[in-house]
Design a protein around this ligand. Structure first.
Ligand code: B12
Length: 213
């Protein structure tokens, strides 16, 4: 169902990709399936970049297409009011990394599920996470990173949270591109999530909010 969208994204056919996404949404497609298709397409775009078929401008266009599709999808994912007791989540992309499309998807899915979300942005040093935890007192902290070098920043951030005496006050989840269980162990985070839906599920578990919807 989403094959044409994936193909258009991979081929950098901007207007066709936007049309496909609009067509799918109007036809009643599950908005989460559309986001999933975007991730699948980005895998191929990434591979083409690695093999020298695509260059930085292609990555930029891919990012722009995804931003527009995310905006298009948003109204189709019901935005929930923060629900009492649902919990507070703080999230950011770690130092050295400016990728934020996946993080933004996590933010709006958490919000749609009633969480109060504080997004501290991209390329955030460890100390920014520590300061924000002190100020905002979230129960859950999310760290996003798509570059391999982000693993080091995540580890450093977890360490800084520990050193500030805040480690037992928060549960930490990490995610983004190539993040795996091994990366979770390396960084000292509590869990990793392969996609935004899994992230919401974790946040619900940790705040006693039941299973993901
Ligand atoms: C678009 C893109 C860009 C755009 C980003 C625009 C933006 N606003 O984000 C731009 C052009 C800026 C860019 C720049 C660069 N990029 Co880039 N980029 C991509 C690309 C093609 C897609 C990323 C994306 O948006 N994917 C779709 C989203 C939806 O997926 P996602 O982020 O993984 O998120 C999902 C889950 O992982 C999860 N998730 C994400 N975060 C979190 C957090 C939490 C807490 C949880 C629970 C879940 C979660 O939920 C999301 C939805 O389900 C990837 C290829 C790829 N395979 O991902 C390369 C890729 C990530 N980029 C890469 C590179 C090398 C770069 C540059 C260094 C290129 C350069 N020479 O300058 C720069 C780095 C700049 C920097 N310092 O960060 C490499 C990284 C290689 C590596 N292992 O380190 C990749 C993998 C391409 C490749 N195969 O070579 N990039």
């Amino acid at each position: 169902m989403t094959e044409s969208l994936v193909q258009a994204l991979v081929d950098m056919q901007e207007s066709q990709a936007l049309e496909e996404a609009r067509h799918l949404l109007d036809g009643g497609a599950d908005p989460l399936k559309i986001l999933e298709a975007c991730s699948v397409a980005m895998e191929s775009v990434g591979k083409r970049f690695e093999t020298g078929q695509y260059f930085l401008p292609h990555l930029m266009l891919a990012g722009e297409m995804l931003r527009q599709i995310s905006e298009m999808v948003k109204p189709f994912i019901k935005k929930g009011q923060p629900q009492a007791g649902r919990g507070r989540v703080m999230i950011g992309t770690v130092e050295g990394d400016i990728h934020d499309i996946g993080k933004n998807m996590v933010v709006f899915l958490l919000e749609a599920n009633g969480f109060q979300v504080f997004d501290i942005g991209v390329d955030q040093p460890a100390q920014k996470f520590v300061d924000a935890i002190q100020n905002l007192q979230p129960e859950v902290v999310g760290m996003s990173g798509l570059l391999t070098l982000a693993f080091e920043s995540m580890k450093e951030t977890v360490r800084a949270i520990e050193e500030a005496g805040l480690r037992d006050k928060v549960r930490i989840m990490i995610g983004g591109g190539v993040v795996t269980e091994k990366v979770k162990d390396y960084t000292g985070a509590d869990a990793y999530a392969a996609d935004a839906v899994a992230g919401v599920r974790l946040a619900k578990e940790w705040t006693g909010g039941g299973s993901a919807s």
